[in-house]
Write a protein that binds this ligand. Structure first.
Ligand code: ADP
Ligand code: GLC
Length: 492
């Protein structure tokens, strides 16, 4: 395939700013695409937390002007860096008014009320920057609602711009729940023409839905797992956009995320106390003991330790976990939890830790090294999600020989194979109903396997650690998708 120029923009990118898996994906996919021979640039905001000195960011000459419709022209400084262990350039859009805040999307759990303008600004700045750099993209790759305006802008404001004459667009949906719904005045900021304010494009309930506009205008859409790509066409998972998804299913893909194994491998992980791999698994016991110590739990080797890392959001099944927790803690187990999110959940799980100091411990906060330590030191990893577009933690867990206990939805269903005691096949434990009873019964099954089926545990751990979800494979699938998007737009 001929070399493509690809412009990728997102609201978060590892290692610069991260709240969840989106950042992992946008930090890794461009590098895999570069390895396939493509020319990729990445654009994200320069939040306060992005340390210019630490990352050796250098300013581009001249400010970038961005037309914000009725707001008028706004300006940005642009800083350039590179994605670690690559030569992929990443550009940071600096504008204190929009991005000079400590949170990415909110502060103390309260969303900023100008998030629509902030990310319309990012989307427009990314388009303008490609002109300033004279980087003529073959593909514009938007991610989630934050940059979903890019495919809309390409088809409207930039429709006759020679710079974008050969450009097609794609949109990755990492989470359909967040759609960038805003007041209809946003049409005047977008400035793409009020004729676009109709039910088939940007309008919804007399407001603007940015993600819907992106879905309609992109030449292809990726929903980050096959199963999620199917699910979002139904009322249960479509978050009100199921009809739009059905209508555009011809251009809907389900390319699974890969894993950056340079970051997430127990054999080379710098954050864990003892490195190990499938052939020398002993180090895992050392990691378990250290984890128990860090969380102030009794340091017992022969008790199943269940880890949980994630945003404490409804999506992650925290309600059914909360309903099941007392019965779960009647079992002979330990649980460690790392997460931040909804206030009730933070309080609830802190309280559970006080009630069960020998069995349950939590750290409320965001801590990358601890996430690695939990992956390495736990026996099982629990993800009872109500929906999960892809999910990365269960894939990391496989690599660490930490058996996932998951609800069979979206990417969790696609990546985890249920244990079959008679054949020794499988690499985790799945449940189907989103209920506390199903969750409890499946944890009981895993715990029973731990205590009474040692041979089965060995098979499971070996199967899990052997499995690979490489970015190379996913990048090849994206490459094909880009090609399809170009063909759709311009004909073969
Ligand atoms: P989502 O993107 O929905 O949050 P994923 O499983 O795709 O879920 O990705 C979550 C990523 O964020 C993982 O890399 C996980 O380790 C990380 N993460 C989530 N919460 C925390 C936390 N409190 N501390 C450290 N890392 C976290
Ligand atoms: C989202 C999803 C998660 C997915 C991640 C990266 O935040 O909730 O399932 O793994 O994006 O695609």
């Amino acid at each position: 395939m001929s070399k493509l120029n690809i412009l990728i923009s997102a609201s978060e990118v590892v290692p610069f700013a991260k709240s969840g898996g989106l950042a992992d994906v946008v930090g890794a996919l461009p590098k895999a695409l570069e390895k396939l021979g493509h020319s990729v640039i990445v654009v994200m905001p320069r939040y306060y937390i992005v340390d210019k000195q630490k990352y050796n960011l250098t300013p581009l000459e001249g400010a970038l002007g961005v037309q914000m419709g009725v707001i008028g022209e706004e300006w940005a400084e642009v800083y350039q860096g590179t994605l670690p262990n690559s030569t992929v350039p990443i550009y940071f859009i600096e504008n204190d008014h929009y991005f000079g805040r400590s949170g990415l999307y909110d502060e103390a759990g309260v969303g900023f009320n100008d998030n629509d303008n902030r990310f319309i600004f990012l989307s427009k700045a990314a388009m303008q920057l490609s002109k300033k750099l004279n980087f003529k993209p073959d593909i514009i790759h938007a991610n989630d609602w934050h940059t979903a305006a890019m495919p809309i802008l390409l088809n409207t404001v930039y429709a006759n711009d020679p710079h974008f004459a050969n450009t097609a667009s794609i949109l990755s949906i990492h989470n359909l729940q967040h759609q960038g719904k805003c007041y209809k005045g946003a049409m005047d900021v977008l400035a793409v023409g009020w004729e676009r304010f109709n039910h088939y494009e940007l309008e919804e309930h007399d407001g603007v839905n940015l993600l819907k506009g992106g879905i309609v205008h992109a030449n292809a859409i990726n929903a980050v797992s096959q199963k999620y790509a199917e699910e979002i066409k139904t009322a249960e998972f479509g978050c009100g956009l199921e009809v739009t998804m059905q209508k555009h299913q011809e251009k809907l893909y389900g390319i699974l995320n890969g894993v950056d194994y340079e970051e997430w491998s127990p054999a080379i992980d710098e954050f864990i106390p003892k490195k190990y791999d499938a052939n020398k698994i002993k180090g895992k016991a050392v990691c378990k003991k250290a984890l128990q110590k860090e969380f102030n739990l009794p340091q017992k080797a022969n008790i199943p330790l269940i880890g949980l890392v994630g945003r404490l959001a409804d999506q992650k099944g925290i309600t059914i976990l909360a309903q099941a927790i007392h019965k779960l803690l009647e079992l002979d187990i330990q649980i460690v939890l790392l997460g931040t999110g909804e206030a009730w959940a933070e309080e609830f799980f802190c309280d559970i830790a006080l009630q069960y100091p020998e069995k349950f411990a939590s750290f409320i906060g965001y801590k990358n090294d601890l996430a690695h330590k939990i992956e390495a030191g736990s026996d099982f990893f629990l993800m009872p999600s109500l929906f999960e577009p892809c999910g990365l933690n269960q894939i990391y867990s496989l690599r660490y020989g930490t058996l996932p206990i998951v609800r069979a939805t979206g990417g969790l269903d696609d990546t985890i194979e249920n244990y079959e005691p008679f054949t020794g096949n499988g690499d985790g434990f799945k449940f189907y109903e989103a209920t506390d009873t199903a969750l409890l019964n499946t944890v009981k099954w895993a715990v029973d396997t731990y205590y009474n089926d040692k041979k089965g545990m060995k098979f499971l751990i070996q199967n899990a650690m052997k499995k690979r979800f490489s970015w190379e494979e996913s990048a090849k699938a994206y490459e094909q998708m880009y090609k399809d998007a170009i063909n759709t737009r311009f004909g073969v």
